[in-house]
Design a protein around this ligand. Sequence first.
Ligand code: GBH
Length: 462
Amino acid sequence: DARLRPATGLAFPPGFRWGTATAAYQIEGAAAEDGRTPSIWDTFSRVPGKVRNGDTGDIAADHYHRIAEDVALMRDLGVTDYRFSVSWSRVQPGGRGPAATKGLDFYRRLVDELRGAGIRPVATLYHWDLPQELEDAGGWPHRDTAERFAEYAALMADALGDRVATWTTLNEPWCAAFLGYASGVHAPGRKDPAASLRAAHHFNLGHGLAVRALRAALPGSAEVSLTLNLHAVRPLTGSEADRDAARRIDALGNRVFLDPVFLGRLPDDLVADTAALTDWSFVKDGDLAAAATPIDSLGINYYSPTVVTAGTHEGPSPWPGAEGHVRFEPAPGPRTAMDWPVDADGLYELLTRLRDELPHVPLVITENGAAYDDYADPSGAVHDPERVAYLHQHLTAVHRAIEDGADVRGYFLWSLLDNFEWAYGYSKRFGIVHVDFASQRRTPKDSARWYADVIARGGLPD
Ligand code: GBH
Protein backbone atom coordinates (compact mmCIF):
# COMPACT_ATOMS: atom_id res chain seq x y z
CA ASP A 1 0.00 0.00 0.00
CA ALA A 2 1.62 3.20 -1.23
CA ARG A 3 -0.34 5.36 1.16
CA LEU A 4 1.33 7.57 3.68
CA ARG A 5 1.08 6.25 7.20
CA PRO A 6 0.48 8.98 9.72
CA ALA A 7 3.73 9.91 11.47
CA THR A 8 1.61 11.02 14.36
CA GLY A 9 -2.09 10.61 15.01
CA LEU A 10 -4.14 7.46 14.71
CA ALA A 11 -3.36 4.88 12.03
CA PHE A 12 -6.08 2.47 10.88
CA PRO A 13 -5.27 -1.12 9.92
CA PRO A 14 -3.83 -1.73 6.44
CA GLY A 15 -6.60 -2.63 4.02
CA PHE A 16 -9.18 -0.65 5.98
CA ARG A 17 -12.04 0.26 3.63
CA TRP A 18 -12.72 3.98 3.35
CA GLY A 19 -15.99 4.81 1.69
CA THR A 20 -18.91 7.09 1.19
CA ALA A 21 -22.55 6.05 1.14
CA THR A 22 -25.75 7.11 -0.62
CA ALA A 23 -29.18 5.64 -1.37
CA ALA A 24 -31.10 5.46 -4.64
CA TYR A 25 -34.21 7.48 -3.79
CA GLN A 26 -32.15 10.13 -2.02
CA ILE A 27 -29.89 10.98 -4.97
CA GLU A 28 -30.96 9.47 -8.29
CA GLY A 29 -33.98 11.47 -9.43
CA ALA A 30 -35.17 10.30 -12.87
CA ALA A 31 -38.17 8.91 -11.03
CA ALA A 32 -40.21 8.10 -14.14
CA GLU A 33 -37.43 7.38 -16.62
CA ASP A 34 -36.59 4.20 -18.49
CA GLY A 35 -39.52 2.23 -17.14
CA ARG A 36 -39.11 2.86 -13.41
CA THR A 37 -42.44 2.55 -11.59
CA PRO A 38 -43.28 4.37 -8.34
CA SER A 39 -41.97 3.21 -5.00
CA ILE A 40 -43.67 3.84 -1.67
CA TRP A 41 -41.51 6.98 -1.31
CA ASP A 42 -42.82 8.44 -4.58
CA THR A 43 -46.32 7.95 -3.21
CA PHE A 44 -45.64 9.03 0.36
CA SER A 45 -43.76 12.20 -0.60
CA ARG A 46 -46.90 13.33 -2.44
CA VAL A 47 -49.13 13.03 0.61
CA PRO A 48 -49.52 16.59 1.91
CA GLY A 49 -47.72 17.18 5.19
CA LYS A 50 -45.57 14.05 5.13
CA VAL A 51 -42.35 15.54 3.76
CA ARG A 52 -41.11 19.00 4.63
CA ASN A 53 -41.87 21.64 1.97
CA GLY A 54 -43.62 18.99 -0.13
CA ASP A 55 -40.24 17.84 -1.43
CA THR A 56 -39.98 14.64 -3.47
CA GLY A 57 -37.16 12.57 -4.96
CA ASP A 58 -38.33 13.27 -8.54
CA ILE A 59 -35.06 15.03 -9.36
CA ALA A 60 -33.04 14.80 -6.12
CA ALA A 61 -29.33 15.23 -6.91
CA ASP A 62 -29.94 14.07 -10.50
CA HIS A 63 -27.34 11.38 -9.99
CA TYR A 64 -29.01 9.22 -12.66
CA HIS A 65 -27.59 11.63 -15.24
CA ARG A 66 -24.33 12.43 -13.47
CA ILE A 67 -22.51 9.16 -12.91
CA ALA A 68 -19.21 10.32 -14.37
CA GLU A 69 -19.12 13.54 -12.37
CA ASP A 70 -20.07 11.86 -9.11
CA VAL A 71 -17.56 9.04 -9.50
CA ALA A 72 -14.90 11.63 -10.32
CA LEU A 73 -15.69 13.35 -7.01
CA MET A 74 -15.04 10.05 -5.24
CA ARG A 75 -11.84 9.46 -7.16
CA ASP A 76 -10.65 12.86 -5.92
CA LEU A 77 -11.54 11.84 -2.36
CA GLY A 78 -9.49 8.69 -2.76
CA VAL A 79 -12.19 6.38 -1.38
CA THR A 80 -11.60 2.66 -1.74
CA ASP A 81 -15.32 1.78 -1.66
CA TYR A 82 -18.70 3.28 -2.57
CA ARG A 83 -21.95 2.10 -1.01
CA PHE A 84 -25.03 2.77 -3.14
CA SER A 85 -28.48 1.22 -3.25
CA VAL A 86 -30.50 -0.16 -6.11
CA SER A 87 -33.97 1.17 -6.83
CA TRP A 88 -36.00 -2.03 -6.98
CA SER A 89 -38.75 -0.57 -9.19
CA ARG A 90 -36.12 0.72 -11.62
CA VAL A 91 -34.72 -2.74 -12.30
CA GLN A 92 -37.91 -4.79 -11.81
CA PRO A 93 -40.90 -2.52 -12.43
CA GLY A 94 -43.75 -3.29 -10.08
CA GLY A 95 -41.52 -5.57 -8.00
CA ARG A 96 -42.22 -8.77 -9.90
CA GLY A 97 -41.63 -10.27 -13.29
CA PRO A 98 -38.90 -9.54 -15.80
CA ALA A 99 -36.04 -7.11 -15.38
CA ALA A 100 -35.96 -3.69 -17.00
CA THR A 101 -32.91 -3.62 -19.24
CA LYS A 102 -32.42 0.13 -19.13
CA GLY A 103 -32.65 0.19 -15.37
CA LEU A 104 -30.03 -2.53 -15.10
CA ASP A 105 -27.86 -0.72 -17.63
CA PHE A 106 -27.75 2.31 -15.36
CA TYR A 107 -26.26 0.25 -12.51
CA ARG A 108 -23.89 -1.55 -14.92
CA ARG A 109 -22.59 1.82 -16.10
CA LEU A 110 -22.25 3.06 -12.53
CA VAL A 111 -20.34 -0.02 -11.45
CA ASP A 112 -18.09 0.04 -14.50
CA GLU A 113 -17.29 3.71 -13.89
CA LEU A 114 -16.46 2.92 -10.26
CA ARG A 115 -14.24 0.00 -11.15
CA GLY A 116 -12.51 2.11 -13.76
CA ALA A 117 -11.72 4.59 -10.99
CA GLY A 118 -10.41 1.83 -8.74
CA ILE A 119 -13.38 2.04 -6.37
CA ARG A 120 -15.04 -1.11 -5.05
CA PRO A 121 -18.84 -1.08 -5.53
CA VAL A 122 -20.90 -2.09 -2.48
CA ALA A 123 -24.51 -2.66 -3.53
CA THR A 124 -27.45 -2.45 -1.12
CA LEU A 125 -30.58 -4.11 -2.47
CA TYR A 126 -33.14 -2.35 -0.31
CA HIS A 127 -32.91 1.14 1.09
CA TRP A 128 -36.61 1.66 1.86
CA ASP A 129 -38.04 2.11 -1.65
CA LEU A 130 -40.51 -0.78 -1.96
CA PRO A 131 -42.28 -0.90 -5.33
CA GLN A 132 -45.72 0.63 -4.72
CA GLU A 133 -47.45 -2.38 -6.32
CA LEU A 134 -46.01 -4.62 -3.58
CA GLU A 135 -47.24 -2.25 -0.89
CA ASP A 136 -50.67 -2.32 -2.53
CA ALA A 137 -50.54 -6.11 -2.25
CA GLY A 138 -49.85 -5.84 1.51
CA GLY A 139 -46.27 -4.58 1.84
CA TRP A 140 -43.79 -5.96 4.34
CA PRO A 141 -46.46 -7.10 6.84
CA HIS A 142 -47.42 -9.55 4.08
CA ARG A 143 -45.26 -12.66 3.79
CA ASP A 144 -45.18 -12.66 0.00
CA THR A 145 -43.05 -9.49 0.02
CA ALA A 146 -40.16 -11.47 1.53
CA GLU A 147 -40.39 -13.97 -1.35
CA ARG A 148 -40.54 -11.19 -3.93
CA PHE A 149 -37.45 -9.63 -2.34
CA ALA A 150 -35.49 -12.87 -2.69
CA GLU A 151 -36.48 -13.09 -6.36
CA TYR A 152 -35.30 -9.56 -6.92
CA ALA A 153 -32.02 -10.39 -5.16
CA ALA A 154 -31.50 -13.31 -7.55
CA LEU A 155 -32.26 -11.07 -10.51
CA MET A 156 -29.65 -8.53 -9.36
CA ALA A 157 -27.03 -11.19 -8.67
CA ASP A 158 -27.50 -12.52 -12.21
CA ALA A 159 -27.28 -9.05 -13.70
CA LEU A 160 -24.38 -7.59 -11.71
CA GLY A 161 -22.68 -10.55 -10.09
CA ASP A 162 -19.89 -10.46 -12.65
CA ARG A 163 -18.84 -7.01 -11.48
CA VAL A 164 -20.11 -6.54 -7.91
CA ALA A 165 -18.61 -8.72 -5.16
CA THR A 166 -19.98 -6.97 -2.06
CA TRP A 167 -23.72 -7.05 -1.38
CA THR A 168 -25.97 -5.84 1.41
CA THR A 169 -29.52 -7.12 1.56
CA LEU A 170 -31.34 -4.51 3.65
CA ASN A 171 -30.57 -1.08 4.99
CA GLU A 172 -31.97 -0.44 8.47
CA PRO A 173 -34.99 -2.74 8.62
CA TRP A 174 -35.77 -1.08 11.98
CA CYS A 175 -36.58 2.21 10.24
CA ALA A 176 -38.41 0.50 7.41
CA ALA A 177 -40.57 -1.61 9.75
CA PHE A 178 -41.23 0.76 12.63
CA LEU A 179 -41.04 4.23 11.09
CA GLY A 180 -42.87 2.88 8.02
CA TYR A 181 -45.61 0.78 9.63
CA ALA A 182 -45.86 1.86 13.32
CA SER A 183 -45.20 5.59 13.73
CA GLY A 184 -45.90 6.28 10.06
CA VAL A 185 -43.33 9.07 9.70
CA HIS A 186 -41.72 7.17 6.81
CA ALA A 187 -43.32 5.49 3.80
CA PRO A 188 -45.77 3.85 3.53
CA GLY A 189 -47.00 5.87 6.52
CA ARG A 190 -49.06 3.19 8.24
CA LYS A 191 -49.75 3.45 11.97
CA ASP A 192 -50.38 -0.16 12.85
CA PRO A 193 -48.06 -1.49 15.57
CA ALA A 194 -49.11 -5.12 15.09
CA ALA A 195 -48.41 -4.86 11.35
CA SER A 196 -44.99 -3.36 12.07
CA LEU A 197 -43.99 -6.46 14.03
CA ARG A 198 -45.06 -8.65 11.11
CA ALA A 199 -43.01 -6.38 8.87
CA ALA A 200 -39.96 -6.78 11.11
CA HIS A 201 -40.26 -10.56 10.86
CA HIS A 202 -40.68 -10.48 7.10
CA PHE A 203 -37.60 -8.30 6.83
CA ASN A 204 -35.64 -10.96 8.70
CA LEU A 205 -37.11 -13.66 6.48
CA GLY A 206 -36.61 -11.67 3.28
CA HIS A 207 -33.03 -10.96 4.29
CA GLY A 208 -32.30 -14.66 4.84
CA LEU A 209 -33.99 -15.77 1.62
CA ALA A 210 -32.06 -13.09 -0.25
CA VAL A 211 -28.78 -14.28 1.27
CA ARG A 212 -29.55 -17.76 -0.02
CA ALA A 213 -30.39 -16.38 -3.45
CA LEU A 214 -27.17 -14.35 -3.58
CA ARG A 215 -25.08 -17.31 -2.47
CA ALA A 216 -26.68 -19.52 -5.10
CA ALA A 217 -26.00 -17.04 -7.90
CA LEU A 218 -22.61 -15.63 -6.92
CA PRO A 219 -19.15 -17.11 -6.86
CA GLY A 220 -17.82 -18.16 -3.47
CA SER A 221 -15.83 -14.99 -3.10
CA ALA A 222 -18.89 -12.73 -2.79
CA GLU A 223 -19.32 -10.91 0.50
CA VAL A 224 -22.91 -10.74 1.77
CA SER A 225 -24.00 -8.47 4.57
CA LEU A 226 -26.90 -6.80 6.37
CA THR A 227 -26.95 -3.21 7.64
CA LEU A 228 -28.70 -2.39 10.92
CA ASN A 229 -29.14 0.92 12.67
CA LEU A 230 -28.33 -0.53 16.05
CA HIS A 231 -29.34 1.56 19.02
CA ALA A 232 -26.73 2.38 21.65
CA VAL A 233 -29.24 2.21 24.49
CA ARG A 234 -28.39 3.62 27.89
CA PRO A 235 -30.54 3.62 31.01
CA LEU A 236 -30.72 7.10 32.54
CA THR A 237 -29.85 5.69 35.97
CA GLY A 238 -28.80 2.31 37.31
CA SER A 239 -32.24 1.72 38.81
CA GLU A 240 -33.94 -1.55 38.05
CA ALA A 241 -36.84 0.27 36.37
CA ASP A 242 -34.51 2.22 34.06
CA ARG A 243 -32.53 -0.89 33.22
CA ASP A 244 -35.79 -2.62 32.33
CA ALA A 245 -36.73 0.27 30.04
CA ALA A 246 -33.33 -0.12 28.34
CA ARG A 247 -33.90 -3.87 28.01
CA ARG A 248 -37.21 -3.25 26.22
CA ILE A 249 -35.66 -0.83 23.75
CA ASP A 250 -32.70 -3.14 23.20
CA ALA A 251 -35.19 -5.90 22.33
CA LEU A 252 -37.30 -3.73 19.99
CA GLY A 253 -34.38 -1.81 18.51
CA ASN A 254 -31.57 -4.38 18.31
CA ARG A 255 -32.28 -7.95 19.27
CA VAL A 256 -35.45 -8.10 17.10
CA PHE A 257 -32.99 -8.38 14.19
CA LEU A 258 -29.75 -9.58 15.80
CA ASP A 259 -31.25 -12.67 17.42
CA PRO A 260 -33.03 -14.07 14.35
CA VAL A 261 -30.10 -13.27 12.05
CA PHE A 262 -27.25 -14.50 14.26
CA LEU A 263 -28.92 -16.94 16.65
CA GLY A 264 -31.93 -18.17 14.65
CA ARG A 265 -34.42 -17.28 17.37
CA LEU A 266 -36.72 -14.54 18.59
CA PRO A 267 -35.92 -12.88 21.91
CA ASP A 268 -38.25 -14.31 24.59
CA ASP A 269 -38.63 -10.94 26.25
CA LEU A 270 -39.65 -9.31 22.96
CA VAL A 271 -42.38 -11.92 22.47
CA ALA A 272 -43.57 -11.36 26.05
CA ASP A 273 -43.45 -7.56 25.81
CA THR A 274 -45.54 -7.52 22.61
CA ALA A 275 -48.05 -10.21 23.62
CA ALA A 276 -50.93 -7.73 23.68
CA LEU A 277 -50.26 -6.92 20.00
CA THR A 278 -49.43 -10.28 18.46
CA ASP A 279 -48.87 -13.94 19.17
CA TRP A 280 -46.15 -14.06 16.47
CA SER A 281 -48.00 -16.95 14.77
CA PHE A 282 -46.89 -15.50 11.42
CA VAL A 283 -43.44 -16.93 12.19
CA LYS A 284 -43.53 -20.24 10.31
CA ASP A 285 -41.36 -23.32 10.68
CA GLY A 286 -38.04 -22.72 9.01
CA ASP A 287 -38.34 -18.93 8.94
CA LEU A 288 -35.79 -18.35 11.69
CA ALA A 289 -33.38 -20.85 10.16
CA ALA A 290 -33.68 -18.96 6.89
CA ALA A 291 -33.10 -15.64 8.66
CA ALA A 292 -29.95 -17.10 10.22
CA THR A 293 -28.33 -18.06 6.91
CA PRO A 294 -24.70 -17.10 7.61
CA ILE A 295 -23.45 -13.72 6.41
CA ASP A 296 -19.91 -12.42 6.04
CA SER A 297 -20.10 -9.16 7.93
CA LEU A 298 -22.51 -6.88 9.77
CA GLY A 299 -23.01 -3.28 8.69
CA ILE A 300 -23.72 -0.74 11.40
CA ASN A 301 -25.20 2.71 10.88
CA TYR A 302 -24.60 4.98 13.84
CA TYR A 303 -25.61 8.58 14.44
CA SER A 304 -26.40 9.05 18.14
CA PRO A 305 -27.18 7.16 21.34
CA THR A 306 -30.60 6.54 22.90
CA VAL A 307 -31.15 7.35 26.59
CA VAL A 308 -34.21 5.87 28.30
CA THR A 309 -35.91 5.88 31.66
CA ALA A 310 -39.01 4.22 33.08
CA GLY A 311 -42.05 6.26 32.08
CA THR A 312 -44.38 6.65 29.14
CA HIS A 313 -44.34 8.19 25.70
CA GLU A 314 -47.05 9.07 23.24
CA GLY A 315 -48.01 6.91 20.31
CA PRO A 316 -48.13 6.27 17.46
CA SER A 317 -44.55 5.45 18.26
CA PRO A 318 -41.96 3.31 16.50
CA TRP A 319 -41.66 1.19 19.67
CA PRO A 320 -44.69 -1.15 19.60
CA GLY A 321 -45.78 -2.08 23.11
CA ALA A 322 -43.23 0.15 24.85
CA GLU A 323 -45.35 3.31 25.02
CA GLY A 324 -46.50 2.66 28.58
CA HIS A 325 -43.08 1.66 29.88
CA VAL A 326 -40.37 3.86 28.42
CA ARG A 327 -39.60 7.55 28.27
CA PHE A 328 -36.89 8.86 25.96
CA GLU A 329 -34.53 11.35 27.57
CA PRO A 330 -32.71 13.88 25.46
CA ALA A 331 -29.02 13.05 25.79
CA PRO A 332 -27.01 16.03 27.02
CA GLY A 333 -24.45 17.94 25.00
CA PRO A 334 -24.24 19.44 21.52
CA ARG A 335 -26.72 18.64 18.75
CA THR A 336 -26.59 18.39 14.98
CA ALA A 337 -29.04 20.19 12.68
CA MET A 338 -31.30 17.11 13.07
CA ASP A 339 -31.31 17.87 16.82
CA TRP A 340 -29.56 14.52 17.33
CA PRO A 341 -27.00 14.46 20.14
CA VAL A 342 -23.32 14.27 19.23
CA ASP A 343 -21.90 11.40 21.27
CA ALA A 344 -19.14 9.27 19.81
CA ASP A 345 -18.95 7.09 22.93
CA GLY A 346 -22.19 5.47 21.81
CA LEU A 347 -20.40 4.16 18.72
CA TYR A 348 -17.57 2.77 20.86
CA GLU A 349 -20.13 1.11 23.14
CA LEU A 350 -21.87 -0.55 20.21
CA LEU A 351 -18.67 -1.80 18.61
CA THR A 352 -17.30 -3.27 21.82
CA ARG A 353 -20.65 -4.88 22.61
CA LEU A 354 -20.63 -6.57 19.21
CA ARG A 355 -16.99 -7.58 19.76
CA ASP A 356 -18.16 -9.42 22.87
CA GLU A 357 -21.46 -10.83 21.58
CA LEU A 358 -20.54 -11.65 17.98
CA PRO A 359 -16.79 -12.18 18.22
CA HIS A 360 -16.51 -13.88 14.82
CA VAL A 361 -18.50 -11.35 12.81
CA PRO A 362 -16.48 -8.69 10.98
CA LEU A 363 -18.03 -5.25 11.38
CA VAL A 364 -18.31 -2.40 8.91
CA ILE A 365 -19.56 1.09 9.73
CA THR A 366 -21.88 1.47 6.74
CA GLU A 367 -23.10 4.94 7.75
CA ASN A 368 -21.91 7.69 10.04
CA GLY A 369 -22.14 11.41 9.54
CA ALA A 370 -24.09 14.51 10.46
CA ALA A 371 -26.38 17.23 9.13
CA TYR A 372 -25.23 20.78 9.68
CA ASP A 373 -26.09 24.12 8.15
CA ASP A 374 -22.89 24.73 6.25
CA TYR A 375 -22.12 28.12 4.78
CA ALA A 376 -20.40 29.45 1.69
CA ASP A 377 -17.89 32.30 1.86
CA PRO A 378 -17.71 34.95 -0.90
CA SER A 379 -15.23 32.82 -2.84
CA GLY A 380 -17.80 30.02 -3.00
CA ALA A 381 -15.93 27.71 -0.62
CA VAL A 382 -18.30 25.77 1.66
CA HIS A 383 -17.29 25.50 5.30
CA ASP A 384 -18.60 22.86 7.70
CA PRO A 385 -16.36 22.83 10.77
CA GLU A 386 -18.93 21.07 12.97
CA ARG A 387 -19.09 18.15 10.52
CA VAL A 388 -15.30 17.85 10.55
CA ALA A 389 -15.37 17.77 14.35
CA TYR A 390 -18.16 15.18 14.36
CA LEU A 391 -16.31 12.93 11.92
CA HIS A 392 -13.05 13.30 13.79
CA GLN A 393 -14.67 12.31 17.09
CA HIS A 394 -16.45 9.32 15.60
CA LEU A 395 -13.42 8.01 13.72
CA THR A 396 -11.45 8.37 16.93
CA ALA A 397 -14.07 6.18 18.64
CA VAL A 398 -13.80 3.61 15.83
CA HIS A 399 -10.03 3.58 16.22
CA ARG A 400 -10.31 3.10 19.97
CA ALA A 401 -12.72 0.19 19.47
CA ILE A 402 -10.31 -1.43 17.00
CA GLU A 403 -7.45 -1.04 19.49
CA ASP A 404 -9.68 -2.71 22.06
CA GLY A 405 -10.30 -5.69 19.82
CA ALA A 406 -13.35 -4.84 17.69
CA ASP A 407 -12.94 -6.29 14.19
CA VAL A 408 -13.95 -3.18 12.22
CA ARG A 409 -13.08 -3.50 8.54
CA GLY A 410 -14.30 -0.22 7.09
CA TYR A 411 -16.04 3.12 7.48
CA PHE A 412 -18.55 4.64 5.05
CA LEU A 413 -19.30 8.29 5.53
CA TRP A 414 -22.93 9.35 5.16
CA SER A 415 -23.12 11.02 2.79
CA LEU A 416 -21.23 11.75 -0.39
CA LEU A 417 -23.79 14.33 -1.52
CA ASP A 418 -26.42 16.54 0.04
CA ASN A 419 -29.63 14.67 -0.77
CA PHE A 420 -33.32 13.99 -0.09
CA GLU A 421 -33.35 13.50 3.68
CA TRP A 422 -36.60 11.50 3.81
CA ALA A 423 -39.28 13.27 5.89
CA TYR A 424 -37.03 16.36 6.06
CA GLY A 425 -36.79 16.68 2.28
CA TYR A 426 -33.91 18.90 1.16
CA SER A 427 -33.93 20.94 4.38
CA LYS A 428 -31.14 18.89 5.98
CA ARG A 429 -27.73 18.45 4.41
CA PHE A 430 -25.58 15.42 5.27
CA GLY A 431 -23.18 15.69 2.31
CA ILE A 432 -19.45 16.29 2.34
CA VAL A 433 -20.15 17.62 -1.15
CA HIS A 434 -22.59 20.53 -1.32
CA VAL A 435 -25.33 20.27 -3.95
CA ASP A 436 -27.05 23.36 -5.27
CA PHE A 437 -30.40 21.77 -6.09
CA ALA A 438 -31.30 24.54 -8.57
CA SER A 439 -28.18 24.18 -10.73
CA GLN A 440 -27.09 20.68 -9.57
CA ARG A 441 -23.63 22.15 -9.08
CA ARG A 442 -21.44 20.09 -6.73
CA THR A 443 -18.95 21.82 -4.41
CA PRO A 444 -16.78 19.74 -2.07
CA LYS A 445 -17.01 21.12 1.47
CA ASP A 446 -14.10 21.49 3.87
CA SER A 447 -15.09 18.09 5.28
CA ALA A 448 -14.45 16.50 1.86
CA ARG A 449 -10.89 17.80 1.87
CA TRP A 450 -10.48 16.67 5.46
CA TYR A 451 -11.75 13.16 4.62
CA ALA A 452 -9.49 12.93 1.57
CA ASP A 453 -6.55 13.73 3.83
CA VAL A 454 -7.60 11.07 6.35
CA ILE A 455 -7.84 8.48 3.58
CA ALA A 456 -4.49 9.49 2.09
CA ARG A 457 -2.80 9.15 5.50
CA GLY A 458 -4.63 5.97 6.40
CA GLY A 459 -5.78 7.55 9.63
CA LEU A 460 -6.42 10.64 11.64
CA PRO A 461 -4.14 13.62 12.01
CA ASP A 462 -3.43 14.89 15.54
C1 GBH B 1 -30.07 6.68 8.06
O1 GBH B 1 -31.15 6.52 8.91
C2 GBH B 1 -30.50 6.30 6.67
O2 GBH B 1 -30.01 5.03 6.31
C3 GBH B 1 -30.14 7.32 5.63
O3 GBH B 1 -30.86 7.06 4.47
C4 GBH B 1 -30.41 8.69 6.18
O4 GBH B 1 -30.29 9.69 5.21
C5 GBH B 1 -29.45 8.92 7.30
O5 GBH B 1 -29.53 7.92 8.26
C6 GBH B 1 -29.65 10.26 8.02
O6 GBH B 1 -30.92 10.33 8.59
O7 GBH B 1 -34.05 10.52 18.24
O8 GBH B 1 -32.01 11.68 18.48
O9 GBH B 1 -32.13 9.41 19.20
C7 GBH B 1 -31.02 7.10 10.19
C8 GBH B 1 -31.89 6.43 11.22
C9 GBH B 1 -33.19 6.57 13.17
C10 GBH B 1 -31.11 7.74 13.11
C11 GBH B 1 -33.65 7.45 14.28
C12 GBH B 1 -31.56 8.62 14.24
C13 GBH B 1 -33.08 8.82 16.08
C14 GBH B 1 -32.11 9.83 16.65
N1 GBH B 1 -32.24 7.28 12.33
N2 GBH B 1 -32.53 7.97 15.05
S1 GBH B 1 -32.60 10.40 18.26
